[in-house]
Design a protein around this ligand. Structure first.
Ligand code: 1GP
Length: 251
């Protein structure tokens, strides 16, 4: 697989061999290093396939050491999920090299990428080219507000499919259908199905997924990887995460 780094190769292998994959997003603003490392370790034991670290607007001053603490605690891939070019750390294995293709804001399409690319090279972490697509969720999400872009209408699956296909034709490795963190409504299955019809690259789906049934609905519609983040803030969060990891893997 020429040009594919080890993390992308692992992702592609898991996508091929499992019914579905589950990634957990840790926002360093929400957890201490110890708490984050503890959740990461529980996630790995539950069968979570990779950890994302990042947020739309980070105000923590422990980002780099947080990534390091999580990395020490687990052996599954640690993948950065940066809101902008400042959220980079050499303690990670890879970074989702995101372009917000559903929007028309050049800063999120190419500007932050130009700032981040030389830093990523210097840090020696693997960039995984990812088409990031924001989907209308019934509320204005942080990423919508911060990027100043409009999400794809929920009832327009063909618009999503066309964006995803264009991204695949541009050589992107993954497509991420994002309802937004804490979204009241998740990405509609009809939209996932339509995107699945049009692209071969793995589909990631996240935003508002809080239980195993919803996670399974996304996988059954054609998503390869589901992401959960916010649910960890609830008291029952860790047990919900474990349930989702089991459901997603075994179908
Ligand atoms: C957000 O898709 C992720 O970028 C996860 O969303 O926090 O709502 O689980 P939640």
């Amino acid at each position: 697989m020429r040009g594919y780094g080890p993390v992308l190769q692992t992702i592609l292998r898991q996508v091929k061999s499992q019914k579905g994959c589950h990634w957990v997003l840790l926002d360093p603003d929400d957890f201490s290093m110890e708490h984050g490392a503890g959740i990461a370790s529980t996630a790995e034991k539950a069968g979570v396939d990779a950890l994302l670290i990042g947020g739309s607007l980070l105000h923590t001053n422990h980002f780099d050491s947080f990534v390091g603490a999580v990395k020490q605690a687990v052996s599954i891939p640690i993948i950065l999920f940066p809101g902008d070019a400042t959220q980079l750390s050499g303690n990670a294995d890879a970074v989702l090299f995101l372009s917000l293709v559903s929007g028309r804001n050049p800063v999120n399409l190419i500007g932050e990428q130009v700032k981040g690319a030389p830093v990523i090279k210097k840090l020696g972490i693997e960039p995984v080219s990812t088409a990031y697509m924001l989907v209308e969720s019934g509320a204005v999400t942080s990423v919508e507000f911060m990027s100043g872009t409009r999400p794809i209408p929920r009832a327009k699956p063909m618009i999503a499919a066309a964006h995803a296909l264009a991204a695949q034709y541009m050589g992107m490795s993954l497509v991420y259908l994002e309802a937004g963190s804490g979204a009241p409504n998740t990405v509609p299955p009809e939209m996932i199905r339509m995107v699945r019809e049009y692209v071969d690259i793995p589909i990631i789906c996240g935003g508002g997924i809080r239980d195993a049934a919803t996670a399974k609905e996304k996988i059954d519609a054609g998503a390869d990887i589901i992401v959960t983040g916010n649910l960890l803030k609830a008291d029952s969060g860790v047990s919900a995460m474990v349930e989702i990891a089991t459901a997603v893997k075994n179908g």
